[in-house]
Design a protein around this ligand. Structure first.
Ligand code: SF4
Length: 371
């Protein structure tokens, strides 16, 4: 079969398969480019089932790009809380403001204009342009990458620039003349639901007659994967510092990991340092105050994309010094019941959950049993 015939067959087979098998996802019912954009940003690093409730809540709270642009970043982060990768929320917020200012409140239609917005890379620009506006733009995400590597039996590692270039070229060549958004979604859906990373369901696959990896029995070997080193682990210590029934929280600087989120003061334990000594040092360096370190409230393990942390949380008493923001963007003393109004990273939320009985007026942490 020549290249052109194969391309047409892939298009037809995928179109029919998607018409029958597409999952009913809320953003697929959306006709609104703003909703499609929000869903694409949320889906960048989050699985579909986790995304759905966040997407629905977020759109109820910020129904238009104007609502999002007008909102305070703190509010946006609060509604993003738990989804992780918070730079997505910060970029979404900044991009909404730019859309209002530079594009008269209309989501831009072209890939080139979309690429000028914060948080929008080549994949997301292709997704919005094709799905929301029907533009003839390809996209390659992890699912598409896997399908294409298998169907076309591409041996190179998709993380390498030359293989990526090849995959984008194939994705572009495969595009039909119309219903491009449907076609792109079909490719992604196939990767997500049939051509999975492990144990692809080849017997149910609409492309099984056209797939080179299947023909050569290489579907489990492709795409070529990078062997990853285990991520580094850090030990972190934080203080739940009380003064007159209130707890001290501080806000991370706006840029970088977890930027703009609130947290309990603390930081990394240095080699050879005790947990208590590290907490005294961190609190002094961060806020210039002295504390009394009490009992350990909890130990929380959490994984980020590139490292893991074990967080030891201690109940502490403020002793002296008025806290100053030396290594943070803001700070405040809050009542335990007010913690929930602030956006915290997931690991800190686990500590708040442990504190929660006291937040509802029940015994303070020292009287409760943990872990
Ligand atoms: S036949 Fe198997 S390997 Fe090929 S695209 Fe389908 S599921 Fe993937």
């Amino acid at each position: 079969m020549n290249r052109q015939m194969r391309r047409v067959q892939i298009q037809q087979v995928l179109r029919d398969w998607f018409a029958e098998n597409a999952r009913d996802l809320p953003w697929r019912r959306a006709r609104d480019s703003y909703a499609i954009w929000v869903s694409e940003i949320m889906l960048q690093q989050t699985r579909v089932p986790t995304t759905i409730p966040y997407y629905e809540r977020f759109l109820r709270r910020f129904p238009t790009v104007q609502h999002l642009a007008r909102a305070r970043l703190d509010t946006v982060l609060k509604w993003w809380e738990g989804l992780g990768y918070y730079s997505r929320a910060r970029n979404l917020h900044r991009a909404a403001q730019e859309i209002v200012l530079r594009f008269n409140g209309q989501i831009p239609e072209t890939k080139d204009d979309l690429l000028t917005l914060p948080g929008i890379g080549r994949y997301t620009a292709g997704a919005i342009a094709s799905i929301a506006f029907g533009r003839r733009e390809p996209l390659v995400d992890g699912n598409v990458e896997r399908v294409l590597c298998r169907v076309f039996r591409i041996q190179g590692n998709p993380k390498d620039a030359s293989t990526r270039k090849k995959l984008w070229a194939i994705a572009e060549e495969l595009l039909p003349r119309s219903h491009v958004g449907q076609f792109n979604q079909a490719l992604m859906e196939l990767g997500s639901e049939v051509c999975m990373p492990r144990n692809p369901r080849c017997e149910e696959c609409p492309l099984k007659q056209l797939c080179e990896a299947k023909r050569h029995g290489e579907q489990d070997r492709l795409p070529t994967r990078t062997v990853r080193k285990p991520p580094p682990s850090h030990v972190v210590v934080v203080g739940v510092i009380y003064r007159n029934g209130r707890i001290l929280i501080d806000k991370r600087k706006p840029k970088g990991l977890l930027g703009g989120l609130w947290e309990f003061p603390g930081g990394k334990v240095r080699p050879g340092e005790s947990l208590e000594a590290a907490l005294h040092r961190e609190v002094r360096e961060e806020l210039d105050i002295a504390i009394e370190v009490g009992r350990e409230i909890s130990v929380v393990d959490h994984s980020y994309a590139h490292f893991r942390v074990r967080i030891h949380a201690f109940e502490c008493k403020h002793l002296s010094g008025e806290p100053r923001c030396i290594a943070c963007a803001d700070l405040k003393w809050v009542r335990p019941g007010e913690l929930g109004r602030h956006a915290f990273p997931a690991a800190n939320k686990k500590i708040i959950d442990i504190l929660r009985p006291c937040c509802r007026g029940r015994p303070r942490p020292k009287d409760t049993k943990h872990e």
